[in-house]
Design a binder for this molecule. Structure first.
Ligand SMILES: *[C@@H]1O[C@H](CO)[C@@H](O)[C@H](O)[C@H]1NC(C)=O
Ligand SMILES: *[C@@H]1O[C@H](CO)[C@@H](O)[C@H](O)[C@H]1NC(C)=O
Ligand SMILES: *[C@@H]1O[C@H](CO)[C@@H](O)[C@H](O)[C@H]1NC(C)=O
Length: 360
């Protein structure tokens, strides 16, 4: 009996298929197949999405990649107006001087502790634990392809491009320039898992209204070689440093000759845009892959806190900045909770039920 026959004889099977398709579609919508990754944290812009007056638990506004855009569009993710939705007054990404801070790399706010009381978080930023990611076929189509679930543009953890945070000692986003936005921390082999901890050098205190920070990622090929530049309001806490941050210059490709690497304060990498690129590369890297100017040693970026970005001691005034109160113990617990699987299982069970209902 053909599928056609069955459909005409048993009208309810059509409904079964409808349910199955609807289930798959809704799951796809939740996972956001076109989505990539953002660094989610208090203090970020467009944390609630980009619709005025709406707090979207399921937003992926911040994760839309930047590729071949005009500068007015890629600069601080203006392409979808992310930069027009500042964090709530008093919300800052806190940077403990000589300490560290943790953000969540995820494909949607849904899979962070910022949504649904953290009930959908898992080891990776798509709400899944992915045992064997980068080793088995988990998240990829075949052995040689790149991981697409989550969409992290890499074959495995070793190949993950590296991500950064940069800081500008101005309080108004419109006052940030390439030169005053300095990369102060690099985290090699990310984005990979959801939780990502960056080290902070001996940064001086921000102005009273805080600083502007940015998260950067240049995908290491493995799909569209796009870039990220997200805005945050940030401030340095604790015992702050005595040296101001130097003006930044563009990094250069130096894999083949470490003496060519730019020392000291470096700009973010602006690449693969229609205009405003500050980095040019051509040809192949030492492994024979097309050059990709990512945040790692090939571009002269060391891993961890960038301690070489400062002017001389005494160029800034030291102080003590009280950190905001720690999150409550329940939300701290949620940082490590894993209930994403339950959500996934429920949907899979429903899909299976629809399928069986149709076949039987
Ligand atoms: C996001 O939504 C929450 C809940 O409605 C609200 O308290 C908060 O102020 C909003 N944040 C921003 C930046 O709009
Ligand atoms: C990671 O992927 C690269 C590129 O496919 C491969 O050369 C390398 O052997 C892999 N590393 C590990 C640890 O699997
Ligand atoms: C910031 O930019 C505004 C114009 O957008 C300008 O009026 C102001 O002087 C600038 N502030 C600083 C500290 O450069």
């Amino acid at each position: 009996m053909s599928l056609q026959d069955r459909h005409s004889r048993q009208p309810h099977t059509t409904f079964g298929w409808y349910l199955l398709v609807a289930t798959i579609l809704s799951r796809w919508l939740v996972l956001g197949a076109t989505a990539h990754v953002a660094a989610w944290t208090k203090g970020m812009y467009c944390i609630n999405g980009t619709t005025s007056g709406v707090d979207d638990d399921n937003t992926n506004s911040a994760v839309q990649p930047l590729y071949q855009l005009q500068k007015s569009d890629w600069w601080f993710h203006h392409s979808n107006n992310c930069d027009m939705f500042p964090p709530s007054p008093g919300d800052f990404l806190e940077l403990p001087a000589n300490g560290e801070f943790t953000v969540e790399h995820a494909v949607n706010r849904a899979f962070t502790t910022l949504s649904y009381q953290g009930t959908r978080v898992a080891l990776y930023g798509d709400g899944q634990d992915h045992p064997g990611l980068g080793v088995t076929l988990d998240g990829k189509a075949d052995v040689n392809s790149c991981i697409t679930e989550p969409n992290i543009h890499t074959q495995n953890e070793t190949m993950a491009a590296g991500t950064i945070f940069a800081i500008s000692y101005v309080s108004d986003l419109t006052n940030v320039t390439e030169d005053n936005l300095v990369v102060f921390t690099v985290l090699y082999h990310t984005p990979w898992r959801r939780l990502a901890t960056y080290k902070v050098p001996n940064l001086p205190a921000c102005p009273d209204d805080g600083c502007i920070c940015s998260w950067g990622w240049v995908a290491n090929g493995c799909g569209e070689p796009n870039m990220y530049m997200l805005p945050y309001r940030c401030r340095v806490t604790g015992n702050t440093g005595s040296a101001a941050v130097a003006p930044a210059v563009p990094p250069v490709w130096c894999e083949d000759d470490q003496s060519k690497c730019v020392k000291g304060a470096k700009q973010m990498v602006f690449w693969n845009q229609l205009e405003g690129n500050n980095v040019e590369v051509s040809g192949y890297d030492l492994s024979g892959t097309e050059k990709s100017p990512t945040y790692n040693a090939k571009m002269g970026f060391s891993d961890g806190a960038q301690s070489d970005i400062f002017l001389s001691a005494g160029s800034a005034t030291t102080t003590y900045v009280q950190p905001a109160p720690k999150p409550t113990s329940s939300s701290a617990r949620n940082m490590h909770r894993n209930s994403g699987t339950i959500f996934g299982l429920t949907i899979s069970a429903f899909a299976l039920w629809s399928l069986l209902h149709t076949v039987l």
